[in-house]
Design a protein around this ligand. Structure first.
Ligand SMILES: [Zn+2]
Length: 302
């Protein structure tokens, strides 16, 4: 039987599985919908069932699992709001159900590791989707921090004057301005205020970026605001840890240069002189990065 590593990416909508050979080349991938019933009580059981079915064809040596929440140094998941989990020992539960060595990491950290992290001495990965997440890789190692919260870039305070609350409970977080959710919400607000736009009803974040290309003033205003705050947050990270590169991933990164150009402009404006030339580029692997990173973490167990 072929030996392989399993990388799992547990998200709010789906659980992605990837089987990888010993050099982390993808052999096979599939996904199941995330069962969030009863506070996500069945998720790990259903994952174990998928694994058991695959064990008939493959010898799975180790498992890596990326989860959407902070993970402490013992591999205990603190909380995953969007799948309903409170404190959960994913490592112990999966190991006892499958008999396979398992490691657990935060999903954004997994994605950071899954991007071509070996290529750089140090990198900061920022994922912009429903929220804003991040992962920091130094010398090939993910920086998790004392309590597992390193890389929570979305919750850097960028506007102390904000009165609305972020999902984390505080106010003025990067996520409140630069996530897909925030971009859409700000466009909705400007439209409600009577600002003219070419955007039609039921527009998407993709339509907003296309609107920028077409010269729509409202779309430009919305993307500019998201870019100011993202550029500001990245500049503060740059003078704290001076990474070789910033990689931008997640759904919003599909906007490419329409997003990157203004972000770079504001990054340069706010950055400490010695770090202002840090490259900011779009991540390469994209959607499967979490799976790749989880598999790389699994390989390190052996
Ligand atoms: Zn927050």
């Amino acid at each position: 039987m072929q030996k392989c590593y399993l990388g799992i990416d547990i998200g709010g909508m789906s659980v992605k599985f990837g089987l990888f050979d010993e050099n982390i080349n993808l052999i096979e991938k599939w996904y199941v919908e995330t069962n969030t019933n009863n506070n996500g009580k069945y998720i790990l059981y259903e994952i174990a069932e998928e694994i058991k079915a695959k064990q008939k064809e493959y010898e799975i040596i180790a498992i890596g699992a990326g989860v959407p929440g902070p993970v402490d140094s013992k591999g205990i998941v603190k909380e995953c709001v969007n799948i309903g989990w409170g404190e959960t020992d994913v490592k112990v539960e999966l190991e006892s159900m499958t008999g396979i060595k398992t490691t657990v990491l935060n999903d954004a950290n997994a994605a950071a590791l899954g991007e071509n992290s070996e290529k750089y001495n140090s990198m900061v990965f920022v994922t912009i989707g429903t929220g804003v997440g991040g992962g920091i890789v130094f010398d090939g190692k993910v920086l998790t921090g004392f309590g597992g919260a390193a890389g929570e870039i979305g919750h850097i305070t960028v506007n102390p004057a904000e009165s609305e609350k972020c999902t984390c409970g505080k106010s003025g977080c990067l996520e409140q301005y630069s996530s897909a959710t925030a971009i859409k919400k700000y466009a909705d607000k400007l439209i409600a205020d009577g600002t003219e736009t070419m955007l039609k009803e039921n527009f998407t974040v993709k339509d907003i970026f296309e609107g920028v290309e077409k010269g729509d003033a409202l779309c430009k205003m919305v993307v500019r605001r998201a870019s100011v705050y993202l550029g500001m947050a990245l500049s503060n990270i740059a003078c704290t840890i001076n990474p070789e590169v910033f990689l931008i991933g997640g759904g919003v990164s599909r906007a490419g240069d329409t997003l990157l150009n203004p972000v770079k402009e504001y990054f340069k404006k706010f950055a400490f002189p010695e770090v202002k030339d840090t490259p900011i580029v779009i991540a390469e692997i994209g959607n499967d990065a979490g799976m790749y990173g989880a598999a790389k973490a699994a390989k390190r167990l052996i």
